[in-house]
Write a protein that binds this ligand. Structure first.
Ligand SMILES: [Zn+2]
Length: 127
């Protein structure tokens, strides 16, 4: 196969080896590979975007910078323990009526979070 034919073949295809996805017009990779690469090179940024999207979908406001979020996940070891098990950490809002701000988030386990939902305890509310 000559070079011209090879170029023609690769046009519109993702540049990742073995990937058969279609690249997006402004990139050499398909959305799936771009996504995967983001996850590898900027994992906190990837989690932050995911978190913001999630919050937005649930109508919650996020008033956090990436630097604040990075500090939070580093201090709380959220990235290490996040997941779907009972003991995984999730990001909780301390005051439920407020959005995700730097003073209103904490990392608690999923089991703590769900028991909080079922059995609302107002005893530590100062007013
Ligand atoms: Zn791809």
């Amino acid at each position: 196969m000559n070079t011209k034919a090879r170029q023609k073949l690769s046009r519109g295809k993702c540049s990742t080896k073995y990937c058969r996805g279609k690249r997006v017009h402004h990139s050499t990779k398909c959305p799936k590979c771009r996504h995967r690469r983001r996850k590898e090179t900027d994992f906190v940024g990837y989690v932050f975007d995911y978190f913001k999207q999630n919050a937005k979908r649930r109508g919650k406001c996020v008033d956090l910078t990436k630097a604040e979020f990075t500090k939070f996940v580093t201090d709380s070891e959220y990235l290490k323990f996040k997941g779907k098990t009972k003991f995984s950490l999730s990001i909780d809002r301390i005051r439920n009526e407020d959005g995700y701000t730097v003073n209103n988030i904490r990392a608690i386990t999923l089991s703590e979070n769900s028991s909080k939902r079922n059995n609302v305890d107002y005893s530590d509310v100062p007013f």
